[in-house]
Design a protein around this ligand. Structure first.
Ligand SMILES: NC(=O)c1ccc[n+]([C@@H]2O[C@H](COP(=O)([O-])OP(=O)(O)OC[C@H]3O[C@@H](n4cnc5c(N)ncnc54)[C@H](OP(=O)(O)O)[C@@H]3O)[C@@H](O)[C@H]2O)c1
Length: 257
């Protein structure tokens, strides 16, 4: 079995790599940080005896998906069974203050590269009538979030595309999981520029998120909201009026001076 994981150099992506290697998967790991990828790959080869390829690539670039697809096909010895679209980052603060290059990178990574990778790897799975995608979205993709506005909007895109394509792909035996973690202990918040907001607490570890996601994949489930607190939050936002959700989110996420 072969899995391709984007954003594998740390955090949730690294946990997917570790847990899939323990299940015996060969891996293609993608990220920009060559040193971290090399150390992780070496460790996984030693611990689990699996084949690991490192692909160093900036997935926010316009033609990154096509480059990655060609590179994977060149290096692989078997078809890809599982594609994990995990690479991503947050942008915290008022939308009007966000630097245009960061906006461009987020649109490139979360929308363009994600969509193209989905489109590029799906036909072969459809042909073989097996395979799976795990698209790592977020509970932020289930509701509007002031101060994380573009992040939430791009993650909502992932939920919608994943649900629709998953419905089409099911009849070919291809599973599309949209994984929605809540606040998780990784470098994400530092990268996003989150200094302080009134977070309601209760972070999950990356290992817990991934264990839930892979257990759900074993059962063929399409939408996975990890963590009990996040499932309660997601349920509440479904029944509350949208303006109440916005009001509460604004209060929780408002930057603390
Ligand atoms: N942590 C949370 O609270 C949380 C909650 C919900 C959803 N998520 C989602 O979970 C996913 C993983 O985030 P994380 O929490 O594990 O954060 P993280 O620790 O910051 O890891 C992000 C990963 O994405 C990679 N990445 C970022 N930009 C990239 C680019 N332009 N090209 C290639 N790789 C890139 C990073 O690798 P390099 O820097 O080496 O390129 C890194 O491996 C993201 O999609 C995030 O939106 C996180």
């Amino acid at each position: 079995m072969l899995a391709l994981i984007t954003g594998a150099s740390r955090g949730i992506g690294e946990s997917y790599a570790r847990q899939l290697a323990a299940r015996g998967y060969a891996l293609h790991l993608v990220a920009r940080d060559a040193g971290r990828l090399a150390r992780l790959a070496g460790d996984l080869r030693t611990r689990h005896g699996v084949a690991v390829e490192e692909i160093v690539l900036d997935l926010a670039q316009a033609d990154a998906a096509e480059q990655l697809y060609v590179e994977v096909r060149r290096r692989r010895t078997a078809p890809v069974d599982l594609v994990i679209n995990n690479a991503g980052f947050g942008l915290y603060g008022e939308f009007a203050d966000q630097p245009m290059p960061k906006i461009q990178d987020m649109l490139g990574l979360h929308l363009v590269t994600f969509t193209k990778l989905f489109r590029l790897f799906l036909p072969e799975m459809r042909e073989r009538r097996c395979g799976a995608f795990i698209n790592v979205s977020s509970v932020a993709g289930l509701m509007p979030l002031p101060y994380l506005s573009l992040y939430a909007a791009t993650k909502a895109f992932m939920v919608s595309l994943g649900d629709s394509v998953g419905c089409e792909a099911a009849k070919y035996g291809v599973v599309v999981q949209t994984c929605c973690p809540g606040r998780t202990e990784t470098d994400f918040h530092e990268t996003a520029g989150v200094k302080a907001y009134r977070a309601p607490g209760g972070e999950q570890t990356a290992d817990d998120v991934v264990a839930e996601s892979l257990a759900a994949l074993d059962r063929g489930r399409s939408l996975v909201i990890t963590g009990r607190r996040n499932r309660v939050l997601a349920g509440l936002q479904r029944i509350l009026p949208r303006r109440a959700v916005l009001w509460a989110a604004e209060r929780v996420l408002r930057p603390v001076p």
